[in-house]
Design a protein around this ligand. Structure first.
Ligand code: MN
Length: 463
């Protein structure tokens, strides 16, 4: 870690240690939920009175939730990009801190952000990772494993391993004995899902011909000579397979993807570092960092993020049960989404694809469905995809989710920048990462917005 960055962290942590009543406001995805839990844990251990909430995004509507709390507000995994708006609302928000890995709009005294020190917030460290460094500076480093869950949740291991600041956190966690790293198949469900289910719902990458089709998954497994059930009659999960079976399954998946023209580097990413959380029960979603992250993401998408935070803080009773319910419901909606994909009409422009799922798919999962559409080869990897859904908070607005792939990013595409610029041109708001981003725009400006985004993509890709 660069000395200057460590100094910023130490300084902000020191200021924070002087606060008494704190409200942690975080993003509602896996990274935000773990960031929130790490912050709440450390501050409570220091004897502070801490409340928390997770929100979908920090925009002109949601900012009201952080106002008039009578507490010092600590924003985690959000806030840097919205600093100008936060400053405008400073009187109502009161004293606040920002711990965020998104590109900062401006400098601010009580901000921890790695971009000022040459780190890449998309790959080197997540919001949870930064919360961890602040917690560590406050004397509490026992939640390192949660910071790994956050990094994986933000797909910072998408090329098969963790880098830079994430690596430091990983070393801490390994040293503490809470995380074990292995080189293995990285599909979701290694621990907790039946093999056929793991293949059927795989989204990173999607398995062509197997996605959403349980029967073909079962025969795919049986054709490899792998018995899909255990001796006790239960379906096997990946971790039940022996080394030889794992090798067979993995190479069959490789072949399948190669045959379908999946780029080599995407296939490579399927194998890589797998993070096992050693203090969690075997066979549960909490045992594997990627599954843990998915569980938390489903809490966020089912609008029970606080349940996710409680599970992170150690709740294995009511909270854990509710989190599993959220995952169930989320999976059901995914199934519906996959069905929608097979029947939807995609539209094509010069530099993008889009589809309109207004009234059909919930805005909370539209991004995931767009990503799955990619994997299921509904769209060629030559263009990014935009998915449109109705905004739940405001019927006059549209929620836009965009997804791309590494190949497009290498050619200069940046979805976050495009969403931000193009939405603000029509009085909307947006932003996000290069590979995944979102926006809210007025419904009636839909076509103009799409035209502008199309132009912007052209500019980015011709750089
Ligand atoms: Mn994040």
């Amino acid at each position: 870690m660069k000395g200057e960055f460590q100094e910023q962290i130490n300084r902000v942590a020191k200021n924070m240690s002087k606060e008494d009543n704190i409200l942690v406001v975080s993003h509602h995805d896996a990274d935000g939920i773990t960031a929130c839990a790490i912050m709440v844990d450390a501050l409570r251990k220091l004897g502070k009175d801490v409340e928390f909430m997770a929100i979908k995004q920090l925009d002109s509507i949601n900012i009201g939730k952080a106002e008039n709390s009578g507490r010092t507000v600590v924003f985690t995994d959000m806030g840097s990009g919205q600093l100008e708006m936060l400053m405008e609302h400073k009187e109502k928000i009161g004293n606040f801190y920002v711990i965020d890995h998104h590109p900062p709009a401006m400098e601010y005294d009580n901000q921890v952000n790695p971009h000022f020190f040459g780190y890449d917030g998309g790959l080197d460290v997540s919001g949870a990772g930064l919360a961890y460094f602040v917690a560590k500076a406050l004397g509490h480093e026992e939640m390192a494993h949660l910071a790994i869950v956050g990094a994986v949740g933000d797909m910072q291991d998408s090329d098969g391993k963790l880098h830079s600041l994430n690596r430091i956190i990983l070393e801490d966690a390994v040293k503490q004995g809470t995380v074990k790293v292995k080189h293995d198949l990285r599909l979701f469900g290694r621990q907790s899902r039946a093999l056929a289910q793991m293949l059927m719902y795989a989204s990173d990458p999607i398995l062509p011909g197997l996605v959403g089709n349980e029967a073909s998954c079962v025969s795919f497994i049986e054709n490899l000579g792998i018995e899909p059930k255990r001796e006790d009659g239960q379906w096997k999960s990946y971790v039940d397979l022996d080394i030889e079976e794992r090798r067979k399954l993995t190479s069959a998946m490789y072949m399948l993807l190669l045959d379908n023209g999946t780029p080599e580097y995407i296939i490579q990413g399927m194998i890589g570092e797998v993070f096992t959380l050693l203090s969690e029960e075997r066979g549960t979603e909490l045992r594997d960092a990627k599954e843990f992250a998915t569980l938390l993401n489903s809490c966020g998408r089912q609008e029970v993020s606080e349940v996710g935070v409680r599970v992170c803080l150690g709740d294995r009773d009511e909270g854990w049960k509710n989190a599993k319910d959220a995952l169930q419901q989320y999976r059901r909606r995914l199934r519906e989404g996959i069905e929608f994909l097979s029947s939807m009409e995609k539209e094509e422009m010069d530099n993008l694809y889009y589809f309109d799922a207004t009234g059909k798919i919930d805005e909370n999962i539209i991004g995931v469905i767009a990503g799955m559409g990619y994997g299921a080869r509904k769209f060629s990897s030559k263009k990014p995809v935009l998915a449109l859904a109705e905004d739940k908070d405001n019927k006059d607005m549209l929620k836009v989710s965009s997804r791309a792939n590494r190949g497009l990013i290498r050619r200069g595409l940046h979805l976050g920048e495009a969403m931000n610029e193009c939405s603000s041109a029509f009085g909307g708001e947006g932003g996000g990462h290069d590979i995944a981003a979102g926006a809210r725009i007025p419904k009636e400006r839909r076509d103009e917005f799409l035209t502008l985004v199309d132009k912007m993509f052209k500019k980015q890709l011709s750089k």
